[in-house]
Write a protein that binds this ligand. Structure first.
Ligand code: NDP
Ligand code: 2IT
Length: 446
């Protein structure tokens, strides 16, 4: 790392003790932007890097609610409003027992550059709670969401901060959150949250956008190498929102997804995942993946407690969570003939894993670029809400495809400009950073 950046990084470590995921996310960006400082001394002079590593505002709050046994439960809520140089803070809410400040800050930090890369007017933020929705009744989830919003509502707004979903926060939770916002404020402000249902101000394609966008991004990477998804064997991790719509689009593009996973293990289905069955088990019944294998009869097997990356494939689409591909997993994937990786999840590959992929010449699409279709379509939802309009599915999907193609092109062009052809990590980090840095310079000392 560039000497000046290394001392900034040491300072980040000192100021944010114990937040290892945040440290990892900062390190990756700082390792990419060294060459930018040579061309743009004004960034260092104005301490843009130090400023971008410090959130504008961090909110931590108590979330009390009552479970079905009548017991009071207490969770912790977070919203980190990281950077508003490009637009209102924008980023999802994650409900998962592993959530603490370090996770929310890593996600919020990455969101700044991802959102910059989309070219749309959105700043970066993230929030969530250590609440675990698993095994909770609808009533418990509603009670939690209402309590969470009872504090959050005072911090958000169409022009201030616009949350959305992430792990554990889907259509059901967004509905309860928006309902409580509306009730408390007495205002039907559709643009205050995205990922809304189509029945009340949501946008076509937002549900599908992250997975579809990631598949489009990888299709672009493959096209740049003279190939496509057609006939490729693919492994997708996770079986939530991002994974399901990644599988759907890859199947439409002619690939065969032979495995997907959840936190208990993976399903191997050599004939290709039966998407209708997967949606029934995971979305309609909120069940476990093992049930998919049982219902699929002899076609599929469930492999408990093992990593899905041991399944040979040509394309890997990590779509579950952070640090799910280790250096060893990456080496296994490369040995088995993997030629492309698209990160649907945020920071799913460890630094060691990224190095293995880049050294092996794998087309590696980092999350900031490859999964930006979700937040980009959220920005389209905001646009439709602001103009009280709604677009068709076909039009919205075309917009998404164009945005992903633009992001892909910009990553490649920036990587070329900085003498690292084909390096999408450098391209995404540098382009995202430059956009935010230029806006921060223009806005003065913010
Ligand atoms: P969901 O809650 O819909 O699904 C999450 C999936 O990942 C589940 O299959 C879950 O398995 C698995 N998973 C979650 N945590 C872990 C863990 N610690 N270990 C193993 N498996 C885990 O979330 P999404 O699909 O929305 O999000 C998936 C990823 O995509 C996240 O990294 C998120 O930040 C990222 N992302 C999401 C966007 C969106 O629009 N939703 C946009 C951009 C990125 P189990 O059910 O067993 O927990
Ligand atoms: O990580 C992400 O980009 C998201 N969870 C989506 C954020 C959004 O505001 O749509």
């Amino acid at each position: 790392m560039h000497e000046k950046l290394s001392s900034i990084y040491d300072n980040v470590l000192r100021r944010n003790p114990g937040e290892i995921e945040f440290h990892q996310a900062v390190r990756e960006v700082l390792e990419s932007i060294g060459p930018v400082l040579g061309k743009h001394p004004e960034y260092a002079e104005s301490k843009i890097i130090e400023r971008v590593c410090e959130p504008e505002r961090q909110i931590i709050f108590r979330v009390p609610w009552v479970d079905d046994q009548g017991q009071v439960q207490i969770n912790r809520g977070f919203r980190v409003e990281f950077n508003s140089a490009l637009g209102p803070y924008k980023g999802g809410l994650r409900f998962h027992p592993s959530v603490y400040l370090g996770i929310v800050k890593f996600l919020g930090f990455e969101q700044i550059f991802k959102n910059g890369l989309t070219g749309l007017p959105i700043g970066g933020g993230k929030g969530g709670s250590d609440f675990d929705p698993k095994g909770r009744s609808d009533r418990e989830v509603m009670s939690f969401c209402q309590s969470f919003m009872t504090e959050l509502y005072r911090h958000i707004g169409e022009y201030t901060d616009v949350p959305a979903g992430d792990i554990g926060v889907g259509g059901r939770e967004i509905g309860y959150l928006f309902g409580q916002y509306k009730r408390i404020t007495n205002r039907y402000e559709s643009g205050v949250i995205t990922g809304k249902g189509l029945a009340y101000g949501g946008a076509q394609v937002r549900t599908e956008a992250t997975g579809y966008g990631c598949a489009f991004f990888v299709e672009e990477m493959l096209k740049a190498r003279g190939t496509s998804f057609d006939g490729k064997r693919v492994v997708v991790s996770g079986s939530g929102n991002v994974a399901i719509y990644t599988i759907e689009k890859i199947e439409q593009l002619g690939g065969t997804v032979v495995a997907c996973s959840d936190s208990s293990g993976y399903v191997l289905d050599e004939k290709g995942i039966d998407l209708a069955l997967l949606k029934q088990v995971k979305q309609d019944e909120r069940g476990r993946l093992a049930t998919y294998a049982e219902r699929r009869g002899g076609h599929a097997s469930f492999v408990a407690e093992r990593s899905v990356w041991e399944v040979p494939c040509q394309v890997a689409m990590p779509s579950a969570t952070q640090n799910e591909i280790t250096g060893r997993d990456a080496a296994t994937l490369v040995e088995n003939g993997c030629v492309a990786v698209g990160e649907g999840a945020n920071m799913p590959t460890t630094p060691e894993g990224i190095k293995v992929f880049l050294d092996a010449g794998v087309a590696f699409g980092p999350g900031k670029a490859a999964n930006a279709g979700g937040v980009a379509t959220s920005a389209l939802e905001m646009q439709q809400n602001a103009s009280r309009d709604s677009w068709t599915f076909e039009f919205s999907e075309r917009r998404l495809q164009d945005i992903m193609s633009d992001i892909h092109g910009r990553c490649l062009q920036t990587a070329d400009e900085y003498g690292m052809p084909g390096n999408y990590v450098a391209g995404a980090n540098i382009d995202g950073f430059r956009r935010v840095a230029d806006a921060m310079l223009a806005l003065g000392l913010i």
